[in-house]
Design a protein around this ligand. Structure first.
Ligand code: NGQ
Ligand code: ZN
Length: 456
């Protein structure tokens, strides 16, 4: 196919390129919403700092609606596992309409925060009692529709969830709506893959090692349907999970995974918090992505990822907002660095070489890892990539007198009011002057949905 004709030329006052900032850079967006070479025409001038939008590699959309509802101490010692009970009770009340309303609101908030793509790790497949909907894809379609309404690019990862623990026990009643056998899962996957298009990719998610019985594992990971596209899995998030895995399978989760799957750059290991030195090195070498979700990991009391060792091994990282306790790439990256500073009592940990900026290092690294996890040509403003970009607020006092050496660190460490002013996805402006194109309608529907969910 020949290249599409450039249809719109832009000139950015400052444009982010992998190697740094370029002044007065000219580029074009073609009629498929991709970056192309500028070829004449008067470009539209973009004031200020223009950089690639951030992919969000891990989302459970419905959880946004319970953010802040699990922060009061319960009768016993609160933990990840008590939070999960609250989350399950909440999940039981979601249907396709409420999911669409919540997800659309979430995706608007993501766009306004600077995320231009989301990987949806979607396991709320069936009716609350576990029966499939008349249309088995109903919940997936609600997410696809929400992404379309908001104008965010989507990598949908339907989740395979088969068992309720490492011992292969059946799903609990509340987990029934997550469950599939391999055959029905592959049917869902095949039907969703038919919907793939430029801004919709479909990949695979395995919920966790504990959700796939050991006897089913090989048949799943070696199935033809898993030979292409991304594969995401939750892993080694909690110490309890590491202990259970050791007790039942005689190996730590990441160790076990590497022994039982050809883990390569198609894989995204979500959290991967609890790693030994050798697991850290092995993960880094594999080219797989460590899918880090620092605000959720902090909120749930997970632990800290061994960032320095992993980056020294050239490991790939990306960020996700996961439970959506926070929706901000700035906050994810800030927490990622601050967690390391607090635990090591050093500064500038993510910058591994003298002279490197932490902000630039982290934005660059997570663009790359996020694009890899999403399996879309995004994360760079170079020819052929989707035109997914954000423009920082040129008028913010915070960016006064910042130059190309300091702007990213001010953006990531000091920005407490949103600095993302304009957002483009696939060549279309979806946020202009801090306003999303359809935010009033989507927020109104979200409010009435929440009223109904809360009081019905
Ligand atoms: C999830 N979330 O699937 O939503 C999980 C909790 C589980 C996080 N791990 C449920 N952050 O892991 O079983
Ligand atoms: Zn998750």
């Amino acid at each position: 196919m020949s290249a599409a004709a450039p249809v719109h030329a832009f000139q950015a006052q400052q444009l982010w390129h992998d190697a740094g900032w370029r002044s007065d850079a000219v580029f074009a967006v073609d009629d498929r919403g991709r970056i192309a070479q500028a070829q004449g025409g008067t470009p539209q001038y973009l004031d200020g700092w223009v950089l690639p939008g951030m992919p969000n590699l891990h989302s459970h959309a419905f959880q946004r609606a319970m953010a802040g509802l699990a922060e009061r101490r319960g009768p016993s010692d609160d933990s990840f596992w008590t939070w999960r009970e609250t989350m399950y009770a909440f999940a039981a009340r979601i249907n396709p309409d409420t999911l669409q309303a919540i997800a659309a609101q979430l995706y608007v908030e993501m766009l306004k925060a600077g995320y231009t793509q989301v990987c949806e790790f979607h396991y709320l497949h069936h009716q609350p009692d576990g029966k499939p909907y008349a249309q088995p894809e109903a919940m997936s379609l609600a997410l696809i529709e929400a992404a379309r309404e908001a104008g965010i690019a989507l990598t949908l990862l339907p989740v395979l969830y088969m068992s309720g623990g490492f011992d292969g026990r059946p799903l609990s009643p509340r987990q029934n709506r997550f469950g599939h056998d391999v055959e029905s899962y592959l049917r869902l996957l095949a039907s969703l893959r038919k919907l793939e298009r430029d801004d919709l990719r479909v990949g695979v998610a395995l919920h966790s090692l504990r959700a796939i019985p050991e006897q089913a594992w090989r048949g799943v990971v070696e199935h033809d349907a898993l030979k292409t596209g991304p594969i995401h899995i939750h892993i080694a998030e909690q110490i309890g999970e590491v202990q259970d895995c050791l007790a039942t399978r005689g190996a730590r989760p990441v160790e076990w995974l590497f022994d039982h799957a050809a883990v390569d750059k198609r894989w995204c290991l979500v959290h991967a918090t609890h790693l030994t030195e050798s697991e850290t090195t092995q993960l880094a070498r594999s080219g797989a992505i460590a899918g880090l979700c620092p605000t959720t990991e902090a909120n749930l009391g997970d632990g800290l990822f061994p960032l320095a060792r992993y980056l020294d091994g050239h490991g790939v990282i990306g960020i996700g907002s996961d439970s959506h306790i926070s929706i901000s790439p700035v906050e994810e990256l800030r927490w990622l660095e601050y967690g390391q500073r607090l635990s090591t009592r050093h500064r500038n940990v993510a910058a591994r070489h003298a002279g490197d900026s932490v902000g630039e290092t982290l934005w660059r690294a997570t663009l790359r890892g996020g694009a890899q996890a999403a399996d879309l040509t995004i994360g760079a403003l170079s020819s052929g990539a989707r035109a997914d970009l954000i423009v920082l607020d040129r008028d913010s006092p915070l960016l006064a007198a910042r130059d190309s050496r300091s702007v990213m660190d001010s953006f990531l460490f000091a920005g407490n009011v949103p600095l993302v002013r304009n957002v483009m996805v696939g060549g279309t402006w979806v946020v202009r002057d801090f306003q999303h194109r359809d935010e009033a309608r989507i927020a109104a529907r979200y409010r009435s949905t929440m009223e109904h969910l809360t009081h019905a």
